[in-house]
Design a protein around this ligand. Structure first.
Ligand code: SAM
Length: 294
């Protein structure tokens, strides 16, 4: 299978009369080596079903198909969603450009394209076990959390995100960038930064740096959905007022600061500590004080 390079991306953009939009985070990968690297880091195996969010012009989709994975791709931009199977057919069978202009001989078994907003997807065909995506940067954290919440079949993944966001997702307590996304991500499993990516591999070239982040979901989540919601509520309150001591930042969650202090003490957390010092397990212990189930 041939992958997309700068010339193919240019031709496709011309064919679709496409002007990439910032609003949809449209920066397309134009470098086959980067695509193969992502597929390798993600450990994609033949026969896997992979969920890809925002396939765009198909750079990564083709790399996943090359590794003999089945791909479920969710794309919000209708023109891109419609073109993707045509591109795959054209590139996969080395057909000349006319194939990309509409000669489609039937569905491609290994590819399902959904023209949907990934933030709203709650059902998927097949049972994807991996997430591999170059995420739209403006919604990378909410979309990740949404997918992990709704699709427990996703056990692992690699996503490309803005460096700052990736480092935050993988951060440990005490680190400067540790925050709400770090704790929420840790609810689901283990995260690690898996390598920087040059700006030059994108068209258009973004004005931020990118990084790969890999995750592995834990065998079991630490609690049920009610406990997760309560934990996330406490995390939001703690990091909403990052500089304050927890007995103050959690006052609104528990009623007042005396009630917050009591809850923190019974969770074994000093009321004078700050959110940035606590692990996900600490937040969980605080949530458990008021959420008996889970
Ligand atoms: N995967 C392609 C690549 O690597 O070249 C494109 C990645 S580009 C950073 C992000 C893609 O996500 C775009 O194709 C954009 O249209 C799509 N997108 C943006 N918001 C989306 C959403 N809410 N749901 C699904 N796709 C979205």
């Amino acid at each position: 299978m041939k992958l997309l390079g700068p010339a193919e991306i240019r031709d496709l953009a011309e064919l679709l009369n496409l002007t990439p939009t910032k609003k949809l985070g449209q920066n397309f990968v134009i470098d086959a080596n980067t695509v193969r690297r992502i597929v390798r880091v993600a450990g994609v195996q033949a026969g896997d079903t992979v969920l890809e969010i925002g396939p765009g012009l198909g750079s990564l989709t083709l790399g996943l198909l090359e590794a003999d994975a089945a791909v479920v791709a969710v794309e919000i931009d209708g023109r891109l969603a419609e073109q993707l199977p045509l591109t795959v057919r054209a590139m996969g069978s080395s057909l000349p450009a006319e194939a990309a202009r509409g000669r489609l001989d039937g569905p491609i078994a290994a590819l399902t394209v959904l023209h949907q907003d990934a933030m709203r997807v709650t059902e998927l065909p097949g049972t994807p076990t991996r997430l591999v995506a170059n995420l739209p940067y403006n919604i990378s954290v909410p979309v990740l959390l949404h997918l992990l919440e709704h699709f427990p079949s996703i056990r692992s993944g690699v996503v490309m995100v803005q460096s700052e966001v990736g480092l935050r997702l993988a951060a440990e307590p005490g680190s400067k960038v540790y925050g709400g996304p770090s704790v929420k991500a840790a609810w689901y499993g283990l995260w690690r930064a898996a390598g920087q990516v040059s700006r030059q591999v994108f068209w258009p070239v973004p004005n931020v740096d990118s990084i790969l982040v890999a995750f592995q979901r834990d065998a079991e989540q630490p609690g049920d959905d009610a406990l997760r919601r309560r934990t996330f509520e406490i995390v939001d309150a703690a990091f909403g007022q990052r500089r304050k001591m927890l007995r103050q930042s959690l006052a609104s969650v528990f009623g007042d600061s005396a009630a917050a202090s009591a809850a923190l003490e019974s969770a074994g957390v000093p009321p004078t500590s700050r959110g940035e010092q606590l692990t996900m397990q600490h937040f969980l212990a605080i949530a458990r004080v008021t959420t008996p189930a889970g």
